[in-house]
Design a binder for this molecule. Structure first.
Ligand code: FES
Ligand code: FES
Length: 152
């Protein structure tokens, strides 16, 4: 089937098989490899995107379900050539090792900070509890979120 959706503010179309995930459509049909595929089971958060403004795991959404909807991926967070402040904070805090979890964490952090400009430590832990990182031990990630957040 052919779907038409808005991705990162631009109208896009793709021919998809009804059973393939939105993550597959983004990466393989639309040339947007920023969202990562680490588990394909909704466990790791590496595929986090905004779907009509709501944070979702793109591996758990069918591509066909995106027909007529709006998706924003990690590629769509940056403002032109300028990084999103969450992306800058991850770089500055050294919160990236292999980087596989990073796009999902950046999107999840952006979601948190637009809801809570100055989140508490518990709110940060809760918001990022669906994003797994096997490298950093999470402290640097936590530091990056603090850096991107407004001072309490
Ligand atoms: S790839 Fe979607 S949650 Fe892991
Ligand atoms: S930096 Fe490697 S999984 Fe998080």
């Amino acid at each position: 089937m052919r779907i038409a959706l808005t991705v990162n503010g631009e109208p896009r179309e793709a021919d998809v098989w009804e059973g393939e995930s939105l993550l597959y459509v983004l990466r393989e049909r639309l040339g947007l490899p920023g969202s990562k595929n680490a588990c394909e089971q909704g466990e790791c958060g590496s595929c986090s995107v905004f779907f009509d403004g709501t944070l979702v795991c793109a591996c758990l959404v069918l591509g066909a379900q995106a027909d007529g909807h709006e998706v924003v991926t990690v590629e769509g967070l940056a403002d032109g050539d300028g990084l999103h402040r969450v992306q800058e904070a991850f770089v500055e805090a050294g919160a990236v090792q292999c980087g596989f979890c990073t796009p999902g964490l950046v999107v999840a952090t952006a979601d948190l900070l637009r809801r809570r400009a100055s989140p508490t430590d518990d709110e940060i832990r809760e918001a990022l509890s669906g994003n797994l990182c096997r490298c950093t031990g999470y402290q640097k990630i936590f530091d990056a979120v603090r850096l991107a957040a407004e001072p309490a």
